[in-house]
Design a protein around this ligand. Structure first.
Ligand code: NAP
Length: 360
């Protein structure tokens, strides 16, 4: 099987998706006991796609004040690829991947999240504890947000990480209406969320970029008119053209590599670049005068290190903008849980425009 995205052909990943019995559930059962067991996509080892296996495990219990969710969809993020490739030493195998998703409250949500509520969530699931590539998950209340009317579960599953990251990072960078913002990679989850939130919140310019001409066309068709097509124009030239030579007050960069240093050079006087990801590479070379001569700064960001109050404020902003229709999450493709390895490969190698989501 192969699928096509923006000119990149994705071939079938090597991972097997056959269901394996594990030591956790008695072997020899002819069918899964749906009362007590669940299917999950677990990384047995961190050696690449083939480490992912579909397993039967016991359902989590409601304990420690957690809320039991029937997961309906899970967002696929580059973090799972980093972990599965063995590049995140703090994660330990075996581990069910998936740090965000959507689901329905089964039990334990009290009056804030009554049984039957549709919720979206993120936390350190799939990193320090089992995650969302799973039929059931128990999560603390503070990691939940009610899904607004009109947002379906698949779209909601891809909202938490990207939009919380974008909103909190913008706030920490001092964003307010009238600022000029650059967030490279319009088709990427963070680039797109920052661009949408900045635009919806009154940015003077909400700029982004893509290395792919087809994606630049797609962006225009979707109404993103300040996207620099770096296959035909340098990032710095594009920012100067759009801002009349002024530059970007705020850069939020999840791409890294050369894009980081090129984006740094676009900063306006007193501007700041927030580095939070490395899709194109962890290393780069910068021209220090891009900082010194503009009295600019570089800072970093980790969503899961932000205080609860920052998450709560960000959720309020995001939910209001979802309700008003000022921001619209974009989903590129969905895959069934059993095809998680394929979904991850499609995200990382296909670089689609929009989110990749597992339906569960
Ligand atoms: N620190 C945090 O709290 C935090 C939170 C969220 C995400 N992150 C990190 O931020 C990064 C971006 O996340 P994301 O979800 O936005 O990723 P994504 O949806 O996969 O998007 C990444 C984009 O980077 C662009 N890119 C440019 N050069 C690339 C290259 N050589 N290889 C791959 N992609 C390249 C691609 O856009 P074009 O094809 O259009 O050029 C691609 O769409 C990841 O490293 C992620 O782990 C960190």
């Amino acid at each position: 099987m192969s699928s096509k995205s923006n000119g990149n052909i994705i071939t079938e990943p090597q991972a097997t998706s056959t269901l394996v019995e594990t030591g956790e559930v008695p072997v020899g059962k002819s069918a899964r006991d749906e009362e007590t067991e669940m299917r999950a996509m677990r990384a047995e080892k961190f050696t690449g796609y083939e480490g992912l296996k579909l397993v039967n495990l016991p359902k989590p219990a409601v304990s420690d004040g957690r809320v039991l969710l029937r997961v309906t969809a899970a967002g696929v993020t580059p973090l799972e690829h980093t972990i599965l490739s063995g590049h995140f030493p703090l994660a330990k195998a075996p581990l069910i991947l998936g740090s965000e998703g959507a689901g329905v409250v089964e039990e334990g949500g009290g009056t804030d999240f009554p049984a039957g509520s549709r919720v979206m969530f993120t936390g350190t699931y799939g990193v320090f504890e089992d995650g969302a590539y799973s039929e059931w998950l128990a999560v603390p209340k503070e990691n939940l947000c009610l899904i607004p009317e009109g947002v379906d579960d698949v779209s909601a599953a891809g909202i938490p990480v990207a939009y919380l990251t974008a909103q909190v990072a913008l706030t920490l960078a001092g964003f307010r209406a009238g600022k000029t913002v650059l967030a490279p990679a319009i088709g990427g989850s963070v680039g797109n969320a920052v661009t949408q939130l900045a635009r919806a919140s009154g940015a003077k310019h909400a700029m982004s970029s893509t290395t792919n001409h087809a994606k630049a066309e797609q962006a225009r068709a979707l109404g993103f008119h300040e996207v620099i097509d770096t296959s035909s124009e340098k990032l710095g030239d594009g920012v100067r053209r759009i801002t009349g030579g002024y530059g970007a007050d705020i850069v939020i960069d999840g791409v890294g590599g050369e894009v980081f240093s090129e984006a740094l050079a676009t900063l306006a006087p007193g501007g700041s670049l927030t580095t939070l990801g490395y899709s194109a590479g962890r290393k780069t070379t910068i021209d220090v005068t891009d900082l010194i001569w503009k009295q600019a700064s570089i800072t970093s960001f980790i969503l899961f290190a932000q205080p609860q109050a920052a998450w709560a404020d960000a959720w309020n902003t995001i939910v209001a903008l979802l309700q008003s229709g000022a921001i619209k999450p974009i989903v590129a493709n969905t895959f069934p849980l059993a095809e998680a390895a394929h979904a991850l490969r499609y995200l990382v190698e296909g670089r689609p425009f929009g989110r990749v989501v597992l339906t569960i």
